[in-house]
Design a protein around this ligand. Sequence first.
Ligand SMILES: [Fe+2]
Length: 378
Amino acid sequence: MLKDTYVVNFPQVLHFGCGSRRQAAAEVDRLLAGQEVRLFLLASKSALTSSPGQELLDSLGTRVVGYKCGISSDPPLAEVEECIVALREASANAVLCLGGGSVLDTGKAAAWLSQGSGSVAEYFAGSIPAPEKIMPLLALPTTAGTGAEITPNAVLTDAVGGQKRSLRSGLMVPKVAVCDPDFTFSLPRRITADSGLDALTQALESYISLGASEYSRGLAGRAVALLMRWLPLAWEDGTNREARTRVAEGSMLGALAFSQSSLGAVHGLAHPLGHILQLAHGYTCAVLLPHILAWNLPSCRPALQALAESMSCSGAEALLEKVQALTEQLQVPGNFRAAGLTPAVFDYVVKNCRSGSMRSNPRPMSDDEVIALLQKLS
Ligand SMILES: [Fe+2]
């Protein structure tokens, strides 16, 4: 059953296409019209030192008054805190993030939580009210996968409490998103596969989510079709401009969809599993995806059938087989045995999987059913 009422919350401006980074400086000026521009730049090292990254930096010029380079994957709260200190020291009045999901999520959280007087740990724990405003924020993704340039989420890790989960606020939707596929041309194969399969998981989970609407489903269905067709080609040849562009576009469309509809059990389980097994997010999703799609099929067969038909696929089962074949082609294993999944961590996963994503899954999954799945994967 699709939702009959919904609100959409997207970036004000979205630039897409090779070379769109050249619009970033003008967008900063537009956002801060009438004020002195004091931009804080948060970037991944590899993106900043790449040729398009250097061109972007040159175009921003003296607007940049402070920067931080390099963020850990699964960013810990302490790194958000460090960013807040640095942007306050620089008296910045806007944040531009350039990087993968970890960089973008850290920048989003820092731009928001810097507007209050509490610590990041206090906001993460929900022990004090979060700020009601955010610093102007621009996001330039350099991988084609997480959709963090579109979404209201920042996935952070509390190293002390041993918890990885999303902070969520509509305020964290960046004011401007600039999706320039040029940044993805130099990505290594593993990152191409992991981020692309994350994007595919997001699009598929959005399509069958309990929070789906005609609006989100239109975007999600197109994202699935683009990613299924072009991700294998981007994996085969990273310099294939058409493939890189269509994968980046599929990732963006999927993010526009799932940021409105929410996700499903793959993402619900991927956060605790990825944290406890120390695996990349997209890779964790890709291992889970074929299993959970098969589990969900009895509860969403008409939707998956319609999606399959829109892609000239003979039926829902055939679509699921194609998804599984794609994960195998991109060298994703069918379980977590090599990653060391054992019954010792089952309780942790069960306790930490009950997120909004899990609640949006089309087929409810009890604790016993989660454990049965984990047994199959270990
Ligand atoms: Fe994801």
